[in-house]
Design a protein around this ligand. Structure first.
Ligand SMILES: CN(C)C(=N)NCCC[C@H](N)C(=O)O
Length: 274
């Protein structure tokens, strides 16, 4: 039987997809000719927000802005650890203005905000495990975040950063390939990483839930876990079964419209680590 030591109430930031459309293509999932149902996207997003609230968590809402259709992917706006925020600096100009909206939010909370010099996409490519090896940041590079941002994040946040190179363009952010399940363990798909990164992950996380390519491409790993409940895309039925066998409680949600922009559960949810 699994004992849920890490189960605490968490705080999240989400931004509703009121202006969500696919009018540019900056990742392999985006097709500007495929119709998007914005109303359905809002309904599905609301289902995700309600799920997190029902599980006992706090969800703050960042007002969406006209002309920033990807703002719904709130995880990409910053990365915070212990009330210190490393701001995003987006790779593509289409998303650049989102960083300022996130900055205003964190400054309202009174958190210390650091403006990044290096290109990075917040929690898209950074994650934190407080109880792994004394507190470890895992960071992806290869498609969006520059590896130089990993060193900058380590300086700003004062935690060791493990750099992991991503190699599959369909899996262009770390949070499509790997997510923490609790404060010390992860689920990940090895095939998304370089051989060396795979060795590093196997060494650091011998008890990880190892996912398949299908789990990753159904955006199953783009999950939000509170240490017990794992909220994940309803298409990822294989990963849900693996998580259940490992002692977690999968909580499927439908987010088909937001997959058209190249994201799912985790992309829509920034964790506020105060
Ligand atoms: C899980 N992923 C990939 C995220 N963390 N974010 C989704 C960003 C989608 C946006 N259209 C883009 O391409 O930037």
């Amino acid at each position: 039987m699994r004992i849920y030591l890490d189960l605490v109430t968490r705080s999240y930031l989400m931004s509703p997809p009121e202006h969500f459309v696919v009018e540019y293509a900056i990742n392999p999932w985006m097709d500007t000719n495929a119709p998007v149902d914005t109303e359905l996207a809002v309904k599905q997003w609301e289902g995700l927000r309600e799920t997190l609230v029902r599980l006992g968590h706090t969800v703050h809402v960042l007002l969406p802005e006209i002309g920033l259709p990807d703002m719904v992917y709130a995880a990409n706006g910053a990365f915070s650890v212990d009330g210190v925020v490393y701001g995003a600096k987006f790779k593509y100009p289409q998303r650049a203005a989102e960083a300022a909206a996130h900055r205003r939010f964190y400054e309202t909370l009174g958190w210390r905000y650091h403006l990044a010099s290096e290109t990075n996409e917040g929690e898209g490519d950074f994650t934190y495990l407080p109880a792994a090896h004394g507190g470890l940041i895992l960071a992806g590079h290869g498609f969006r975040t520059e590896v130089t941002a990993h060193a900058e994040a380590q300086e700003v946040l004062g935690r060791p950063v493990i750099s992991l190179r991503l190699t599959d363009p369909r899996i262009y952010h770390l949070d499509v390939a790997l997510q923490p399940l609790d404060d010390a363990n992860i689920a990940y798909y090895p095939g998304a990483f370089s051989e060396s990164a795979q060795k590093v992950l196997a060494q650091l996380f011998p008890d990880a839930v190892v996912a398949t390519e299908e789990d990753a491409l159904t955006f199953g790993l783009n999950l939000v876990s509170d240490g017990r409940n794992v909220v994940l895309n309803s298409e990822a039925t294989g990963l849900a079964a693996s998580l259940r066998s490992a002692g977690y409680v999968p909580v499927p949600v439908e987010l088909s419209e937001l997959k058209k922009g190249g994201g799912s559960v985790k992309c829509c949810v920034a964790e506020l680590r105060g």
